[in-house]
Design a protein around this ligand. Structure first.
Ligand SMILES: [Zn+2]
Length: 88
């Protein structure tokens, strides 16, 4: 994948990573009356992990110093790999 601006606009370092969300199933405990409370553990759903995007589809990158900026993300490299796999 590629980013239109992989370098931090404030300090110039390359991005440490892209901000993503991961859904989790928070376990519940029910009493005899049907009232629920949190059991205290969460099952992380790794298959649902995805980048947080703004309304224009840009992702949020973060540098090692904690600065954040928005960037366009393209999956060009992945697409080329996928095409090669389909070629006989
Ligand atoms: Zn920075």
């Amino acid at each position: 994948m590629r980013f239109d601006s992989p370098q931090c606009p404030q300090c110039g370092q390359l991005a440490k990573g892209v901000l993503e969300t991961i859904p989790g199933l928070a376990r519940l405990l029910f009493d005899e009356d049907g009232n629920a409370e949190y059991a205290g553990s969460t099952d992380v759903c790794w298959d649902g992990q995805e980048a947080i995007r703004d309304e224009q589809g840009r992702v949020r990158l973060i540098c090692p110093d904690g600065h954040e900026w928005l960037a366009e993300m393209s999956r060009e490299a992945d697409d080329v790999t996928a095409q090669r796999r389909q070629d006989p």
